[in-house]
Design a protein around this ligand. Structure first.
Ligand code: GUN
Length: 277
């Protein structure tokens, strides 16, 4: 089945733009970029493009990769207190000298547009309906909904357990009735889980990790992350091998970008309403 994700995202942007125009005066999204890897640079440029398109002021603080943790924490404190900053987004991953969790958990949870703060992640786990969900796990669920996949009773393997995709995704899947296995770098024989699974979701940043022999002929494969090496994009799943044979749903050209960033802009609207409460 071919679904035009770009069109779906495009329709979302038009609705968001209209709502912002009607309901809001001035909204600003403060992004902080520390690690200049190609994927992060691409993400940030897409976020700028679409934020500006829907009418949100996008500001970028581009910091040095050698910055110490304290300096970054001080920046967060500054933006938390800045009345002109509606939302804060720290592009991940951060360089290894910085504890990401400490940084994310210092963001005022009401300004946390990614919905990564521990307090916000608890709400996802406990199924509290604020309407806000981290945008990458959300598009995975949206794709399954568009495909009319009933998650009740399905076996789903999620490959890996990151705080920004794997863990919130597991929470969403469990809450949707799926039986969920979450693998990590210590998991032995991942193929024993993937082979039995109805759905395999790769989110490992590990090119070529999932191969055709690791799944069955009915498995739906969704690949979340890509890695850019020498300007070429590599996926966790062996895209050509699997797509030419069976059920690779993503990547599709434009699909991942389109829905991730569109969901972020949608979060902006929902978070704006929460901030008003
Ligand atoms: N790095 C990869 N995906 C994301 C995301 O959704 N938000 C942030 N802040 N960093 C990311």
């Amino acid at each position: 089945m071919i679904i035009d994700w770009k069109k779906i995202a495009g329709d979302m942007y038009e609705k968001i733009k209209e709502e912002i125009l009607v309901s809001w005066k001035k909204l600003s999204l403060q992004a902080i970029l520390v690690w200049n890897n190609s994927s992060s640079l691409r993400y940030i440029s897409q976020k700028r493009k679409w934020a500006e398109y829907v009418g949100i002021e996008f500001r970028l603080e581009h910091m040095s990769e050698n910055i110490g943790e304290e300096a970054l924490l001080n920046k967060i404190k500054y933006y938390n207190n800045d009345v002109d900053t509606t939302w804060i987004l720290v592009q991940l991953p951060l360089p290894s000298q910085i504890d990401s969790k400490k940084v994310i958990d210092l963001i005022n949870p009401k300004k946390d547009i990614d919905w990564f703060h521990s307090e916000n992640q608890w709400k996802v786990l406990l199924w509290e309906h604020t309407g806000l969900i981290p945008c990458t796990p959300l598009w995975v669920i949206e794709i399954l909904n568009y495909l009319k996949v009933d998650l009740n009773g399905k076996l789903v393997t999620v490959i890996w357990r990151s705080n920004i995709v794997g863990k919130p995704l597991v929470a969403l899947l469990i809450n949707s009735g799926a039986t969920t296995v979450c693998c990590n770098s210590k998991t032995k024989n991942i193929n024993e889980f993937t082979k039995k699974s109805d759905i395999v979701i790769c989110a490992a940043w590990n090119p070529g990790l999932l191969t055709l022999d690791m799944i069955n002929d009915k498995t739906i494969v969704i690949d979340v992350w890509f890695t850019i090496i020498d300007e070429k994009i590599y996926w966790d799943a062996n895209f050509e091998e699997i797509n030419n044979n069976w059920n690779m749903i993503t990547p599709v050209p434009g699909g991942v970008w389109a829905l991730t960033v569109a969901n972020l802009m949608n979060n902006v609207l929902k978070a704006g309403k929460l901030q008003e409460m």
